[in-house]
Design a protein around this ligand. Structure first.
Ligand SMILES: [Ca+2]
Ligand SMILES: [Ca+2]
Ligand SMILES: [Ca+2]
Length: 467
């Protein structure tokens, strides 16, 4: 299974490199506008999210039916073939007591989901409009389009979990039956951070960027027993030591049986016995304490030089198991509450003493975090009694708290952005507003206009300004 994930990431990266280097067309002529330093006027409360959390509510009238829910978008609105749905599976399940509910993350511009129902090989595929971030489906709506009598399989349930072998993603494991993917079974998401917080950055969003795919394992009751979080750091344009992780905002550390796969080598992260971060109110999972840990090869850094070769990074995976099965509503939707751990001082040490090996700067501490807008800092940060250094930024602790309130800068920008899909970051020092023509208009509309600003639709982006 892991090799297929690696291929998925590799394919996405090679496509990114291909497009980044070789594509050229008239609308991609590089022209940095004179509005580079524009301050964005952001409607109050806008969180810069490019996605929507959609509740899928399925009501089943038969005793047993298997569902597959797909995320698919076509501007023309046509119904996809089964082949076109390949790779776009978000989750599967068999309703329990007639009910199947999950919450999924879809790009904001998606208008429909596609629900495939299989009741004893009577198969239907129904397009359902998303209304008020909900989809309600009743099995009476299902119109069978195929009756594959020839392929009827015996009603075998080898592991006895109540899900037939043909429908069971783990036919020999009674603790697991289905998978919920974010974004889908053959797609990845991207999280990109600015690392100058709380100073305002250059907003190129390429300081630390990583791709991810989450696979949440569900049992026959459609409850979560664990999940895998695969990730690939695709950008690390910084001389500091930056870690990455995420908080499960509604899960306590004690609900987690184990976390495996965290890559920690810098001795500033303390873990509980179960692998969650110590001294945290909520469950915090650290992916790595230094994104450079996961390069294939050492690339020597000096102040002002960058690691740019994404192929130097490899796919890693963290696996989480729960003590007792939990609701997906409690788990939240991947990528959960992701954050960057900043060690700003390491930058300065590198800067001031270039002879030191920047891989091992002294004085790394668990201090600053950068989150997506309106996401909360971990309790480690909120409860910290650390003597905040004022020299790094022109502010007092009060000033810092103001910055901390929503992770949106005074000039209206976030320090992190999450995209459902393979997001191409800007070249260094190229502001996102220059690389992406409609980012500014999208943000100032509160996310209403230009919802597909980050896609490669004609006119959206200036490829010459992207990595
Ligand atoms: Ca089974
Ligand atoms: Ca099973
Ligand atoms: Ca930057």
């Amino acid at each position: 299974m892991k090799s297929s994930i690696i291929n998925l990431f590799k394919i996405s990266l090679s496509v990114a490199l291909l497009y980044g280097c070789n594509m050229s067309s008239p609308e991609e002529i590089v022209e940095v506008s004179e509005t580079s330093n524009t301050t964005l006027s952001i409607p109050a409360g806008f969180d810069f999210s490019t996605h929507q959390k959609v509740n899928i509510n399925i009501t089943e009238n038969a005793a047993y039916a298997k569902y597959d829910v797909y995320a698919y978008y076509d501007a023309s609105g046509k119904t996809p073939t089964e082949a076109e749905l390949s790779g776009k599976l978000v989750f599967s399940g068999v309703p329990k007591s007639g009910v199947l509910k999950q919450t999924i993350n879809l790009p904001a511009y998606f208008t429909k989901v596609f629900i495939r129902r299989n009741e004893n090989q009577n198969i239907s595929l129904t397009a359902k409009q998303i209304a008020n971030k909900e989809v309600n489906f009743n099995s009476s709506e299902a119109k069978s389009t195929a009756n594959k009598t020839a392929g009827k399989s015996a009603n075998i349930d080898s592991d006895g979990d109540g899900v037939l072998d043909a429908d069971d993603a783990f036919p020999l494991d009674s603790t697991k039956a289905f998978i919920l993917f974010t974004p889908s079974d053959n797609n990845i998401g991207t999280i990109a951070f600015e690392d100058l917080w709380p100073s305002t950055g250059d907003y190129d969003f390429n300081d630390v960027a990583f791709k991810y795919q989450a696979k949440v394992f569900l049992n026959a009751d459609n409850l979560v027993v664990g999940f895998d979080f695969a990730y690939l750091v695709s950008s690390n344009n910084t001389t500091g030591v930056n870690g990455i992780g995420f908080q499960l905002d509604n899960i306590l550390p004690s609900q987690i049986e184990s976390v495996t796969g965290s890559i920690l080598t810098r001795n500033f992260i303390n873990l509980n016995a179960n692998g969650t971060e110590a001294n945290q109110e909520k469950a915090v999972i650290i992916l790595t304490d230094d994104v450079r840990n996961i390069e294939h090869e050492f690339t020597h850094l000096q102040w002002g030089t960058y690691i740019k070769e994404a192929s130097n990074f490899k796919v890693e995976e963290v696996s989480v198991k729960f003590v007792d099965p939990i609701n997906t509503a409690d788990l939240g939707v991947a990528p959960f509450n992701p954050f960057l751990i900043l060690n700003i001082e390491t930058k300065y040490q590198v800067h001031m003493n270039i002879q030191n090996d920047p891989r091992y700067p002294a004085g790394m501490v668990r201090k600053f975090e950068v989150h997506l807008p309106f996401m909360s800092a971990t309790s480690y940060i909120s409860n910290s009694t650390f003597n905040w250094d004022n020299h790094i930024f022109n502010g007092t602790l009060d000033g810092l708290k103001q910055h901390d309130a929503n992770y949106i800068s005074e000039n209206g920008y976030p320090w992190g952005i999450h995209i459902i899909g393979d997001f191409k970051v800007s070249k260094s020092t190229i502001r996102i507003t220059d690389a992406y023509n409609f980012f500014g208009a999208w943000a100032e509309s509160g996310g209403v206009n230009f919802q597909d600003w980050y896609t490669d639709n004609p006119g959206n982006r200036n490829s010459g300004l992207l990595e």
